[in-house]
Design a protein around this ligand. Structure first.
Ligand code: F6R
Length: 617
């Protein structure tokens, strides 16, 4: 939800900020803006639209030189996307300027108070209220900018990652965080600093970064050590400089037309990276420190509660089937957004698994807090290393999928399932709920999954041809059973979010309780009908669809002949254990939605109204 970038140092700030904003566009892309200090004045340019629109506009309306600057790419919360509501925002004197990712919940009352003191507002944003509050405090209390920002933030309720500078003090930027991520890149000999929502905007300049924690404010000055303080009580904190593992290649498209396609094709490697070093097949060992250190907590748990949103929630649903069948512990899967508000019964004997690619999702974070307050043990499954959820959990496991930049989640989903399956196998072994033979079989089969995913990817041309036939259908149904019911939900979500076609996922047997009424000769129905698990029942469901003339696109096990006879189209995936089949059946559904979206000329990597990291409620 909004990306922010700032630079102060000896280089030209403009190209660094523009490139950084492009890398952060996955976080929001309805408007963009930049403010530069040219040695005398602040020059500000902003526009509705994307960073390319900002590039065009800024070249026309401002000079682009300056060694200090801040930029923003927006996902609108308060105020429609338009030029005025875009960031950066000036204070009334136009001496201060701010970029902000988050929501100031009490902005309306603060705005009224400032209006009563003569402040005027040009935009509908909460951010303009914050910068004027900072200015008011600075002038009223006669304090330095850092202190003014800190004091203003003590009056604010909500979430923020902000960067502010003052044209009278052009050697410093103030950055602060509560709820929204913020990283500071520290250049050699502190001759330059970078501020960004994640490290991608500065990875080619430095791999030293400080990740601010919630409630921290940083005063960043050229040539000086960063001063880090607690917003609430001004205590000084010693900054921890972390060495980054990210590299440039990981965040570029590498010859693919879209990040989403690159990430779909990265899955064989991503899944291998997920189990590499953890799963020792020959020795029959799964190493996961997060589980080893808390084994008793897991084994004595009354139940496991999985909290997540969107695609991660679908991975949680797959995990429910996997954990219950292997570990025999009751599992509940909850939308984090519902869980946090419905006063759920949680006890200290519960284990809560929070799943999140970004590790920043606001609802999932709130669910974790609630679980912790009630004494539950929280285990985080995240992709982004060092993310808030990974730090706020009691223990956890990373998916190691590498950066996922396409807004539609793909490799995050399959690697989440891989980690959760490893966890379940490890716990089942420790509990004795799986036989030795079964355990070894699962390990051996999991090791073969990356090659089988690569084989599933080879159906791409067939899938593209199917996409061409159905690209204009207004509706799709997705059906699956057992382990593949969540895959049907995920397939429908992928299609909806990137092609804007309405799609529903259902357990195949539920079809006759309602959705069957939708079926006619125009309705494409994607059915997951792999050999293992309810095959005959799903075949009967296909017959029922056929009798109503629905168009059947079936995902089948390689070599299947029966479904081929009754379906309009088949897409083959290699055979595997039923429990691991979601890792393969997901692949064609990702490719189908990708090709349909491309054929419909949709912006695959940045679908309308969405953002990659949902740091607001
Ligand atoms: C769908 C998608 C979203 C995310 C959801 C949770 O393709 O990407 O539904 O899965 O916003 O995000 P994380 O996993 O970052 O918590």
């Amino acid at each position: 939800m909004c990306g922010i970038v700032g630079y102060i140092g000896y280089r030209e700030a403009y190209p660094i900020i523009i490139k950084g904003l492009q890398r952060l566009e996955y976080r929001g892309y309805d408007s963009a803006g930049i403010a530069l200090y040219d040695g005398e004045n602040i020059k500000l340019s902003k526009t509705k639209g994307k960073v390319v629109d900002l590039q065009k506009r800024s070249k026309e309306e401002i000079t682009l030189n300056g060694h200090l600057g801040i930029g923003h790419t927006r996902w609108a919360t308060h105020g429609v996307p338009n030029d005025l509501n875009s960031h950066p925002h000036y204070s009334n004197s136009e001496e201060l300027v701010i970029i902000h990712n988050g929501i100031i919940e009490n902005y309306a009352s603060l705005k009224k108070e400032l209006q009563s003191k003569g402040y005027v507002f040009k935009s509908d944003t909460d951010t303009e209220v914050l910068i004027n509050l900072i200015e008011y405090v600075q002038k009223n209390e006669n304090v330095k900018l850092g202190k003014a920002v800190r004091l203003a933030l003590t009056q604010v309720v909500g979430a923020y990652a902000i960067a502010v500078f003052d044209k009278k003090k052009p050697n410093e930027i103030i950055a602060a965080r509560m709820g929204s991520p913020l990283a500071i890149g520290v250049g050699e000999d502190r001759k330059e600093f970078f501020i960004a929502s994640d490290a991608s905007p500065f990875i080619e300049y430095t791999n030293n970064a400080i990740y601010l924690e919630d409630g921290e404010i940083a005063v960043i000055r050229i040539g000086k050590k960063i001063k880090l303080r607690k917003i609430a009580d001004d205590t000084l904190i010693v900054p921890f400089i972390q060495e980054l593992e990210l590299n440039l290649e990981q965040i570029e498209k590498g010859g693919y037309d879209h990040f989403m396609l690159k990430e779909i094709y990265e899955q064989p490697n991503a899944i291998t990276d997920t189990y590499r070093g953890r799963m020792l097949v020959n020795e029959g060992i799964i190493r996961m420190a997060g589980i080893d250190n808390h084994l008793e907590r897991f084994l004595n748990a009354d139940r496991i509660i999985i909290v997540a949103c969107g695609t991660s929630w679908h991975a949680g649903l797959v995990a429910e089937y996997v954990f219950e069948s292997l570990v025999r512990i009751p599992v509940e899967v909850e939308y984090a957004s519902e869980f946090r508000y419905r006063n759920p019964v949680i006890s200290s004997k519960d284990v809560v698994i929070a799943i999140s690619q970004s590790g920043e999702t606001a609802d999932t974070r709130a669910a974790i807090q609630l679980a912790k307050q009630n004494g539950a043990f929280v285990f985080g499954v995240c992709n982004v290393v060092g993310s808030t959820i990974s730090r706020e959990s009691d223990a956890g496991a990373y998916t190691h999928a590498g950066p996922e930049i396409g807004v539609a989640s793909t490799k995050a989903f399959t690697t989440q399932i891989t980690v959760l399956t490893l966890m379940a196998l490890k716990l089942a072994k420790a509990k004795g709920s799986i036989s030795n033979e079964e355990y070894h079989l699962h390990l051996q089969e999991l090791e073969l999954i990356p090659a089988k995913v690569a084989e599933a990817l080879a159906s791409d041309e067939n899938i593209k041809a199917i996409a061409a036939i159905y690209k204009d259908s207004p509706n799709f149904l997705y059906l699956g059973r057992g382990f593949n019911f969540p895959v049907a939900l995920e397939g429908a979500l992928k299609l909806k979010e990137i092609s804007y076609i309405h799609a529903e996922g259902y357990p195949a047997a539920e079809m006759k309780h309602g959705p069957i009424a939708l079926i006619d000769e125009k309705m494409p129905i994607v059915v997951i009908a792999t050999k293992k698990g309810h095959y005959e029942k799903v075949v009967s469901n296909i017959e029922e669809i056929r009798a109503r003339k629905g168009k059947i696109i079936a995902v089948v096990t390689k070599g299947d002949v029966d479904v081929r006879e009754i379906a309009d189209h088949v897409i083959e995936v290699p055979d595997t254990l039923e429990l691991l089949s979601p890792l393969l059946t997901t692949i064609p559904l990702q490719l189908l939605s990708y090709h349909i979206a491309v054929m419909r000329k949709c912006n695959v990597d940045q679908p309308r109204n969405l953002a990659k990291s949902v740091t607001v409620e």
